[in-house]
Design a protein around this ligand. Sequence first.
Ligand code: PLP
Length: 367
Amino acid sequence: MRVPFVDLRRQGAELFEEFDAAFRSVVERAAYTLGPEVAGFESAFAELCGCTRAVGVSSGTDALKLAYLAAGVGPGDEVVMPVNTFIATAEAVSHVGATPVFVDCLAGTANIDPSRIADACTDKTRAIVPVHLYGQPADMDPILALAADRGIAVIEDACQAHGATYRGRPAGSMGVAAAFSFYPGKNLGALGDGGAVTTNDPGIADRVALLRNHGQSDKYTHAVVGYCDRLHNLQAAFLSVKLPRLAEANASRRRAAERYDELLGAIAGVDPVGCRDDVEHVHHLYVVEVEDRDAVRSALDAAGIESGIHYPVPLHLTPAYRDLGYGVGDFPVAERMAGRILSLPMHPYLTDEQTAYVAETLATALA
Ligand SMILES: Cc1ncc(COP(=O)(O)O)c(C=O)c1O
């Protein structure tokens, strides 16, 4: 049996006719740039996120960058974030001339440890960026309370959390702004790159809309120096085909995660990353911790089971951030997890047979 990590071909085949119709419609009208498809998708996506506005942009990385800029982050500022995230969370901080400041994660959920954020804040801290890692919202209430006390902006990195909720509030609706990615493998993925900033602040939404399109307020009137960071109209059309299926796809992921939880609970030596009981996790990734991870991964590979590591090197040890001056031992929880985490196949088409086969193979590898 082969168990792919994600199954984008199957999704493409199922939706092909609708993608084709969307493609034809856009091409017939030659409506490629900020057309009605972008506006239509933005309002539907804002509604899903419980926000008044969503602004479509070119990627999750650019969504972060534009959200940071719109929230006033700039040179000399510090931005606090978990050390165990995809590099883009930090990269976008560097792009706006600010400095990322890292915080360790919680062993249970792999999300930022709220109790360590205060120590990371200085008088230069302009924003805190909780990342809803693997599709599970971070513990937002203590973070929002701390940020409100100190007058710091909270910007959610919701790039892995389309449709997730925390205490009933949608991911993307809790900070002053949030960034989403529509990279093809995401729970809501385009057929290429894309992203969005969601917010309930019209000032932030307008600023992001201005910045994404060369700072243009009227044709050839450039109010500020901006970027070419628009969501492509064609990608918005494809995303609108997929958006109505997101809830069902997330429910399928949840069922697969429950099957994994049940099967893996019976195997000694496999420790799934935990899930809080006050969140709706959307299982972008299903991650376990194991000893001797690389040997286990090879055994899965030999059995035709694809796996991944998200992420093998915490950001403080990645060469790009060596100059920040952190070292081994600074973030012990994240460092330990980085050597033990393994992402198992997770997608809406995962069958009972496949989850059972993954569990059996893991049991044999760990015996
Ligand atoms: C947590 C996180 N932040 C940011 C990004 C960046 O998104 P994109 O690849 O669309 O630029 C990703 C995507 O992989 C991500 O997982």
